[in-house]
Design a protein around this ligand. Sequence first.
Ligand SMILES: [Fe+2]
Ligand SMILES: [Fe+2]
Length: 198
Amino acid sequence: MNEKTIEEWISFFEVEVPNHVTESRWKHIQRVAKLAESLAIAHKYPEPKKAYLVGLCHDTTKQKKAEVHESLFSEFGLEMEGIPFQAYHAYSAPLFLQKEYGLVDPEIRSAIQNHTLGSPKPSLLDQIVYAADFLGSDYCQKQIELENWIQNTKENLSFGIFMKAFQTISFLMEKKEVIHPHTFFTYNHALQSLKETK
Ligand SMILES: [Fe+2]
Ligand SMILES: [Fe+2]
């Protein structure tokens, strides 16, 4: 993965990412990085520090203007038809990381790209980051059940994945917004696997 080690990338982004996001977004990012690492350990993902690094970078472009996303998509030739605006940052962040810092890693790219909509064929790292993004959300920080949810997700990753897909779908339906098929797929798949392990 380029010339830097994972540890070097982590030290680099702990300083760099705060330049691109607000204080409260940075707090979310730090929670997600820590949760991703601990879920990686719980689920035997071989590189927990890589999970931490993905958490650290996943929302780097979250607060960028539409033009920033769009110019990255056109520069890299990415077709964004059918991708809702809320998910643009998930697709633009890996391009931004590549262009600005030379971070190129297919596993990292996939996990960042799929952290908002989910994926029909998620890798273990994709799933870890998807669940960590939910457990580290502002919404979750206000829930008294949070510690149990984290524990449940350490025992069964599908728990956190289901919670995020459920919450995303409920929120979008409430606002009468379009729901991406990947999110429905993620919801169904996680629910199925929860039912099977009961
Ligand atoms: Fe995000
Ligand atoms: Fe996030």
